[in-house]
Design a binder for this molecule. Sequence first.
Ligand SMILES: Nc1ncnc2c1ncn2[C@@H]1O[C@H](COP(=O)(O)OP(=O)(O)OP(=O)(O)O)[C@@H](O)[C@H]1O
Ligand SMILES: [Mg+2]
Length: 247
Amino acid sequence: MSGSPSNTVLEVVDLKAGYGKIEALHGVSFHVKRGEIVTLIGANGAGKSTTLKALMRLTPPESPTVTEGDIRFDGASILNMDAHVVVDKLGMTLVPEGRRIFGNLTVLENLQLAAWTRRKQDTRQDLDRIFDLFPRLSERARQRSDTLSGGEQQMLAVGRALMTQCSVLLLDEPSMGLAPLLMYEMFRTLKQLNEEGLTIVVVEQNARLALTVADRGYVLDTGQIVAEGGGKELLARPEIMSAYLGA
Ligand SMILES: Nc1ncnc2c1ncn2[C@@H]1O[C@H](COP(=O)(O)OP(=O)(O)OP(=O)(O)O)[C@@H](O)[C@H]1O
Ligand SMILES: [Mg+2]
């Protein structure tokens, strides 16, 4: 599937990035292989969202400017690529922090809009699959999205990303605002998607949950990677868990 022999799809090399004069990432390096679930954990302000936004090549002022280092996809630098090319050509999509759905549109319209560049008959299967994964969305297909519960909006945000037919999915705090049961359900759904071949990079405050599901994890602390390892391995390190268990 991947062009590189090591099967590495994403490679972040000594990345420095920031907003104006403020540097938020001070030389971050990590990699993701095809088929993996990798999680980035760390306290508030550590640079997790900044990292995901940099990967997507979203532009300032809301997103960071890369000042040094490189981001490679299948071995080639994507620093000069625009976000829409990242989505359409590379098949990498971000579910941003805080959902970003269109409140005045229905669930179905939101899903259809996410796939607006594709022919309608091609998207039918994806719609069915998303409704299969999230039966609540199916029940509420004609409901205005701003009247959905927080958890349902989160499901819709993930559904929208899946409508782009991505092969690499980045998620920024997918469990935010979800009750514990729905949180587990969300991560179980992510695991299921992963088993079907989707590569996932997930940023999470709930480190325990993320590390339980992830193949590997990286710990970010004020713009630097301070620890890395297998999900279970990091879970078993008490100093990591006490520092980054989250509030
Ligand atoms: N648009 C922006 N303009 C200026 N500074 C920003 C901007 N966005 C983030 N920052 C700063 O960059 C640093 C990293 O923020 P980032 O949002 O990446 O953290 P995070 O790890 O996602 O935190 P959280 O867990 O709270 O979401 C913080 O110090 C933050 O104040
Ligand atoms: Mg964040």
